[in-house]
Design a protein. Structure first.
Length: 159
């Protein structure tokens, strides 16, 4: 496994439990992969955090640029931050952010894909909407899992 740098602003680092809480609460972030011609490729994407496997799950179309990139290099970086809150009537916000490094695997088993798509969709939709969505688009969907190699989170004060 790769060696990762320690966080420079270590006094602002949040605990692993605070990181897990952020992963449970939030649902959107930016996934970055190694793109073509040496350029990174990053894009907004929804996610589901599975505590049992300690992994993030995403879903997307079964073909496209991001999948082409991941087939060449499975390493990825995922970043997100919470909505933050104002403190003491000031304009600046306090918020927590995370950066996660890991490798992405394709879930090819149809039953496992449906299981994670259901968990994923229930984070954002009602059970009825989830079932409609799975029936309509489940067979067209690729599920991806980000196996976490390293993660850090920090508390930030703007300004």
């Amino acid at each position: 496994m790769a060696e990762f740098r320690k966080m420079r602003r270590f006094r602002q680092q949040i605990t692993d439990e605070e990181c897990y809480e952020l992963l449970r609460q939030e649902g959107r972030g930016i996934l970055a992969v190694n793109g073509e011609n040496g350029y990174p490729y990053c894009f907004p994407i929804n996610f589901y955090f599975d505590e049992k496997s300690m992994s993030l799950y995403f879903h997307c179309a079964k073909s496209g640029y991001k999948l082409d990139c991941l087939q060449k290099d499975s390493r990825a970086c995922f970043s997100f931050y919470d909505q933050g809150h104002n403190h003491g009537g000031r304009w600046q916000k306090h918020f927590k952010s995370m950066i996660i490094f890991g490798t992405i695997e394709f879930i090819d088993d149809p039953d496992k894909s449906m299981e994670y798509m259901r968990k994923f969709d229930l984070k954002f939709e009602t059970p009825e909407e989830t079932e409609k969505h799975l029936k309509r688009e489940g067979h067209l969907t690729q599920v991806l899992v980000l196996k976490i190699d390293h993660m850090t989170g920090k508390r930030v004060l703007e300004g």
